[in-house]
Design a protein around this ligand. Structure first.
Ligand SMILES: Cc1cc2nc3c(=O)[nH]c(=O)nc-3n(C[C@H](O)[C@H](O)[C@H](O)COP(=O)(O)O)c2cc1C
Length: 181
């Protein structure tokens, strides 16, 4: 299985979590890491190049820090441009059908905030629903998201463990598809 990790972080030089996750997963065979903000500093996305990259892989990982309970803006722009009609959806748009989609997200806030009786009222998978529905539309298998909570409070050692856990998770050939509970 060939895995593509698309990293959407606006400034990896200032990142602790996403930089480490990307560095760790990049060491693995059959894994391609693509740092999208670095590839397009002017945010002009090469749609054909992105689509070719996606077509060559079986598991697509969208890795990003949670920003305003959502994705960084370039990921939204990337979706708008790359997941085009006739390619990703529509009667002829089947290029991603049957591939796996994994969301890997880091949060600043601790896990207990993300529950019906916590500060934010919703779980992270609930807040990720637009991506889940998008996955349904484009026919990818929506895997159970990988969520690294409270990264800003984590020690370097905890982050290292998180990065190792991430690699093990992404490389598992049998990640469970996400089931709404
Ligand atoms: C613009 C912005 C918005 C953010 N919004 C959230 C948020 O909605 N929920 C949350 O838990 N953390 C939020 N954070 C914290 C980031 O998710 C956190 O700093 C990031 O996951 C750490 O990863 P990094 O070390 O790779 O930058 C936000 C940070 C920024 C800069």
């Amino acid at each position: 299985m060939k895995t593509l990790v698309l990293v959407f972080h606006p400034d990896l030089t200032a990142s602790r979590a996403n930089r480490r996750l990307a560095e760790e997963i990049e060491k693995e065979a059959n894994v391609t890491v693509h740092r999208v903000y670095e590839a397009y500093p002017d945010e002009k996305i090469d749609v054909a190049a992105e689509q070719r990259l996606l077509e060559k892989h079986d598991r697509i990982v969208l890795q990003f820090p949670f920003y305003w309970y959502s994705t960084p803006p370039l990921l939204k722009k990337w979706e708008d441009a790359v997941l085009s009609y006739g390619w990703a959806f529509g009667s002829m748009g089947d290029k991603l059908r049957g591939k796996e989609l994994l969301i890997a997200v880091s949060t600043g806030a601790a896990k207990e905030n993300y529950s019906s009786d916590g500060n934010f009222k919703y779980t992270v998978p609930e807040l990720l629903r637009p991506l889940e529905v998008t996955s349904n539309l484009i026919g990818t298998i929506y895997l159970t998201p990988y969520i690294l909570y409270g990264v800003n409070q984590q020690s370097d050692e905890q982050l290292e463990q998180g990065a190792k856990g991430y690699v093990a998770y992404v490389l598992n050939p049998e990640i469970e598809p996400f089931v709404v509970r």
